[in-house]
Design a binder for this molecule. Structure first.
Ligand SMILES: [Zn+2]
Length: 423
């Protein structure tokens, strides 16, 4: 009798804790893995997890009818800055860092995070707080605890450069003023190792470095730059990062940053606007991801040219050819916008339009922000696909992005972790 009661009570406890099931009826469903659009599919969810995808309806506690929608996995933006609010010139940047306290910037960041999820980007890789310390750790924590609304986050905390090579530039101000910096600056391999270890201790998922600076165009149209790190420094960073099983992302525009960063272990090249064939070859060989951040360059190009720095205009003139060549050479492309580098009120899905204009099919373009980005983040079983066992991160659009990729700039319905954020 005692045993029967025990079994009964275990059963009742289990039953009362059972997750609620939801059935989503999809008109069209994008299979991002196979690159195919399926019709009349049913997604069954239990709590925050996808249980099954099939063409037959199963019984569930709730049903959501998306039979007039195009349904796909929540998108991934692999390069964001929730703690920045758009800076065209160095003056705009300095104003944010100097006039806004870190708590104020963090409040604004919570709004950026909310915008990301409403834009249909249910996961982001946020690549540096730009002088806001470890505030990204707090934003991530607040999202995970349900204090604020936002996407899943992988974070890079401070980001790194070498002494004297990152804003705020001392020479723009009276020399006796102690200025904040947008990154942690190091000199020497020991300081590099210390900075990596400290950031990882505080919660960095990624180590982000700025590998080159001072970009210039040569007469033959190719680009060069000044490398920021010594070989010893950059290799110490890579070594320390990889030994802690973290990943290295490198802001690098030209071969002067790109080659050194990859040789040090970087798995993603950010921007890479001035890369040459040797870079593309090495990236393709090593399976390094390219996160080209196209719209942000256009966004800043004119304003910076007016202030006397035309390099972004030059990148603008050559990027289409660079892009086409890189794709042809087999460089893996992942979706990243650098939003925050431009205003969070502007489109986060704008880069897709360049991808399609420059030769990718709409499905291939979407894969950069789903399956490929998930792989970059090491979350390929959990996000970027609608399949059994993955998180219920699902978005829907009334119009068809396969016919017109720009409709991804207006997502109608968003679910993250089984919870609806936009309806
Ligand atoms: Zn960035």
């Amino acid at each position: 009798m005692k045993n029967i009661l025990l079994i009964l009570s275990i059963f009742l406890i289990h039953f009362s804790y059972a997750q609620k099931s939801t059935l989503i009826k999809c008109g069209k469903l994008l299979d991002t893995k196979e690159g195919k659009v399926l019709e009349n599919q049913y997604i069954l969810l239990s709590g925050n997890t996808i249980v099954s995808v099939s063409n037959t309806a199963s019984k569930a506690d709730t049903t959501i009818d998306l039979s007039n929608y195009f349904v796909m996995p929540g998108m991934i933006d692999a390069h964001t800055h929730v703690l920045l609010q758009g800076d065209i010139t160095s003056e705009d940047y300095d104003v944010q860092i100097l006039k806004e306290s870190i708590p104020y910037r963090t409040l604004r960041a919570s709004k950026s995070a909310e915008k990301s999820i409403l834009n249909g980007f249910t996961t982001i890789r946020d690549l540096g707080t730009e002088g806001a310390g470890y505030a990204d750790v707090d934003i991530k924590k607040a999202i995970n605890k349900g204090v604020i609304t936002g996407p899943r986050m992988q974070i890079a905390t401070l980001a790194m450069n070498t002494t004297g090579h990152y804003p705020i530039k001392a020479s723009d101000y009276a020399w006796e003023i102690k200025l904040p910096k947008g990154v942690i600056e190091i000199t020497g391999a020991d300081e590099a190792r210390r900075a990596v270890r400290t950031q990882i201790e505080q919660g960095a998922d990624w180590i982000k470095i700025y590998a080159d600076r001072g970009y210039y165009r040569l007469a033959d149209g190719s680009f060069r730059a000044l490398p920021n790190f010594t070989t010893e420094e950059i290799n110490a960073i890579g070594d320390e990062t990889l030994r802690s099983r973290k990943k290295l992302a490198a802001h690098a525009m030209t071969r002067d940053g790109i080659l050194a960063a990859i040789n040090a272990g970087a798995i993603s090249i950010e921007h890479g606007s001035g890369m040459d064939e040797a870079c593309m070859k090495l990236m393709a060989e090593k399976g390094v991801y390219w996160c080209p951040t196209l719209f942000v360059n256009e966004f800043v190009a004119e304003g910076r040219a007016k202030m006397g720095s035309p390099i972004n205009l030059y990148f603008q003139q050559s990027i289409e050819a660079t892009f086409k060549k890189a794709i042809k050479m087999g460089v893996k492309l992942t979706y990243g916008t650098d939003i925050g580098g431009y205003d969070w009120n502007l489109a986060q899905a704008k880069d897709f339009t360049y991808f399609v204009k420059w030769g990718l099919t709409p499905i291939q373009a979407i894969q950069t922000a789903t399956t490929t980005a998930a792989e970059l983040l090491g979350m390929q079983d959990k996000i970027g696909e609608i399949k059994a066992g993955a998180f219920a991160d699902i978005i829907a659009i009334k119009k068809d992005p396969i016919k017109d990729i720009s409709v991804l700039q207006n997502i109608d319905w968003v679910m993250k972790d089984g919870k609806i954020y936009k309806n």
